[in-house]
Design a protein. Structure first.
Length: 232
């Protein structure tokens, strides 16, 4: 009996120390990633027009007395063209004191305006009228009221591009494509800040968009990484 009991203890110890059976590995399928790219060129139909009204004086009172009428004149011009504006903003007057000639302090007031103007003709007319009102310099940035839709279209193009590549890979490998399991958009930018893509963004993952001159005045791009499942 003692011998039998000893063997039972040995067998029990061996059973506890034996490694667990390995889990079965799915060798009939898997997942892979593809990158998709989308690009939409657009013509501007909206322009951001920014400018600053500047007035100077020997003292604060003199600078303010010059500045208030200058700002009022600009406001009248802007108000007359309100129908062509989609947005407008005006900063509060800002006072700067600098050292002038002979060590005397120079006082300067400035007020910055930013307008969203519909149409190139309206922008040209506003610039002419504002220049007549005393504005010396302008900053103009082309935009489009349809940039949100253009961004959506670029994303759709990127998804279609990824799907096309996945179908090509599956066909070449003899796999059955099961569908997308994960989607991640990359290099996203706000739609109001369109930007030409750079070689750093795309590198060798697709053809170099940055090497192409934009077909029109601007473009919106999108890049997506999609994970697909497949069966062998």
């Amino acid at each position: 009996m003692k011998i039998v009991a000893s063997w039972l203890l040995v067998l029990s110890a061996l059973a506890w120390s034996s490694p667990a059976p390995a889990q079965l590995v799915d060798i009939d399928g898997g997942r892979f990633h593809v990158a998709g790219f989308g690009r939409v060129a657009w013509q501007p139909d909206l322009f951001e027009l920014a400018f600053t009204v500047v007035s100077q004086g020997d003292d604060v009172r003199g600078a303010r007395e010059r500045h208030l009428p200058a700002v009022a004149a600009v406001r009248r011009v802007v108000e007359a063209q309100r129908a062509a504006l989609s947005e407008q903003s005006e900063d509060a007057p800002r006072l700067q004191v600098r050292e002038g000639e002979g060590g005397h302090a120079a006082h300067r007031f400035d007020t910055r305006f930013v307008l969203r103007v519909r149409g190139a003709d309206a922008v040209a007319l506003l610039q002419q009228q504002l220049a007549d009102a005393g504005v010396a310099a302008f900053e103009v940035r082309p935009l489009s009221e349809r940039l949100p839709q253009y961004g959506d279209e670029a994303r759709r193009q990127a998804l279609r591009d990824a799907k096309r590549k996945a179908e090509l890979i599956a066909a070449e490998m003899g796999w059955k494509l099961m569908g997308a399991t994960a989607v991640k958009f990359q290099d996203e930018r706000p739609w109001w800040l369109p930007q030409t893509p750079t070689a750093r963004q795309y590198e060798a993952r697709a053809y170099n968009y940055a090497a192409e001159a934009p077909a029109q005045s601007g473009e919106v791009t999108s890049q997506v990484d999609v994970e697909y499942a497949y069966k062998r």
